[in-house]
Ligand binder design. Structure first.
Ligand SMILES: [Ca+2]
Length: 178
């Protein structure tokens, strides 16, 4: 004899797989700078440093000390495989100490690891660290990968003309396509 599954159990059975696949955490290397500069590409212009003074959790964090109106901080994560049409979310913790503006960007790259320019996002896909947020705060940014995407990277950057001191730590990257 066939037993009928009660409605409330059926609903749970249908919901659970969706909940489990809603966010897939991706393997962003050294996301809290505990291994120093490992897995990050950091411009040697003296603007970006890994220091205990910038730790949100753990022993180390990334500090931008930008006192240069002609250059900015550049810290780029390693490349993570990505695909067109998928949605990615980066989260990070930051606090602003002085001035503005530092931002965290999502960069989409093609198979040759060339950055794909997106006309409707000519200034980049980014979330600014609020210049009035001196306490640690978590930020989030979601973007859909454009055509030809093969990789995604996270880029921490202060504007070329910006004068700013900001701490960034504890990044996470997710595939949130489902
Ligand atoms: Ca840390």
């Amino acid at each position: 004899m066939k037993t009928k599954l009660p409605h409330h159990l059926l609903a749970i059975a249908l919901l659970v797989p969706q909940v489990l696949s809603a966010e897939q955490k991706l393997d962003l290397a050294n996301p809290g700078f505990e291994d120093g500069e490992s897995s990050w590409s950091i411009a040697k212009n003296g603007i970006t440093e890994i220091t205990s003074n910038a730790a949100h959790t753990g022993k180390l964090g990334l500090r931008v000390v930008d006192k240069d109106t002609k250059d900015g901080a550049h810290a780029t994560s390693s490349a993570i495989a990505a695909a067109p049409g998928k949605k990615y979310r980066v989260t990070f913790w930051a606090r602003n100490i002085e001035g503005g503006t530092t931002a965290v960007y999502l960069l989409f790259l093609d198979a040759q690891q060339k950055i794909i320019q997106i006309p409707e996002h000519s200034g980049g896909i980014k979330t600014d660290v609020a210049s009035d947020a001196s306490a640690w705060k978590q930020y989030s940014l979601i973007a859909t990968a454009p055509a030809d995407t093969a990789y995604v990277k996270v880029w921490i950057h202060s504007g070329i003309t910006s004068l700013v001191t900001t701490d960034v730590d504890d990044l996470e990257l997710y595939d949130v396509s489902q």
